[in-house]
Write a protein that binds this ligand. Structure first.
Ligand code: E4P
Length: 225
């Protein structure tokens, strides 16, 4: 299962890459706006940092399919290989997905709230479909269950499309999709950091250190022996 960072803050991306095995970065127009920088300035800096082998997902803005296709061409021209063009799963978007995937571009269907949006995206040739798990929960529905259903549709219908689950509020939502074996999840930096924040774990590790130091001296480690 691939894990991507859903953010455009380069310092945060660098800090997370330092600790965690990360497969790439996703952005959306709102995330890019929050960076306070010009879109390609920040996206090119992210690409330079993550390298050509990591995935970078960037979204089109145009409402019409033909213009989405043009934006897709420009996005990939600017950001290079392993760049996925994110396209909303609306009728114009489905058309753009079909055209771009026929040309061999990587495509991520986004703004997915329902299994049938995922189905049409897959039929249009999308590589990934991004269900908005927490936003679905906020509608009073079950975001994790919806994402699982989309995963099942892809497998049962023989589509190559994978789930790129997005919009999470907590670790439990992510864990359930890990258990289910979905293809990928994109997570905000604080969601990633929260997985391993656990007072019991911290306390257990502290006791190991203090037991060792009480016997062998302050600051002693296995390097001293
Ligand atoms: C990813 O494709 C989405 O743009 C993003 O994860 C949405 O997350 P949010 O619901 O936290 O804004």
């Amino acid at each position: 299962m691939k894990i991507l960072i859903d953010d455009a803050n380069v310092d945060k991306i660098k800090a997370l890459y330092d600790y965690y095995p990360i497969d790439g970065v996703t952005t959306n127009p709102s995330i890019l706006t929050k960076s306070g920088r010009k879109p390609y300035d920040v996206l090119c800096e992210i690409r330079e940092f993550i390298g050509p082998n990591a995935q970078l997902h960037a979204q089109v803005i145009s409402p019409k399919a033909e213009d989405m296709v043009k934006e897709g061409h420009k996005i990939v021209e600017m950001l290079g290989k392993n760049t996925f063009v994110k396209i909303p799963a609306v009728p114009e978007g489905i058309k753009a997905m079909r055209l771009l995937s026929q040309e061999g571009f990587g495509v991520t269907a986004t703004a997915i709230y329902t299994p049938m949006q995922a189905f049409w995206s897959a039929k249009a040739g999308a590589d990934y479909a991004a269900p908005y798990v927490n936003r679905i929960d906020n509608l009073g529905a079950d975001g994790v269950a919806a994402a699982k259903k989309m995963h099942d549709i892809f497998k049962n219908c023989g589509f190559k499309t994978e789930i790129l689950a997005a919009s999470f509020k907590n670790s439990q939502q992510v864990q359930e999709l890990c258990e289910y074996g979905v293809g990928a999840a994109t997570l905000a930096p604080d969601t990633i950091e929260n997985f391993l924040k656990n007072a019991c774990v911290t306390s257990a590790v502290d006791v190991f250190i203090s037991d060792f130091e009480n016997s062998y001296g302050k600051g002693a480690t296995m390097l001293n022996y």
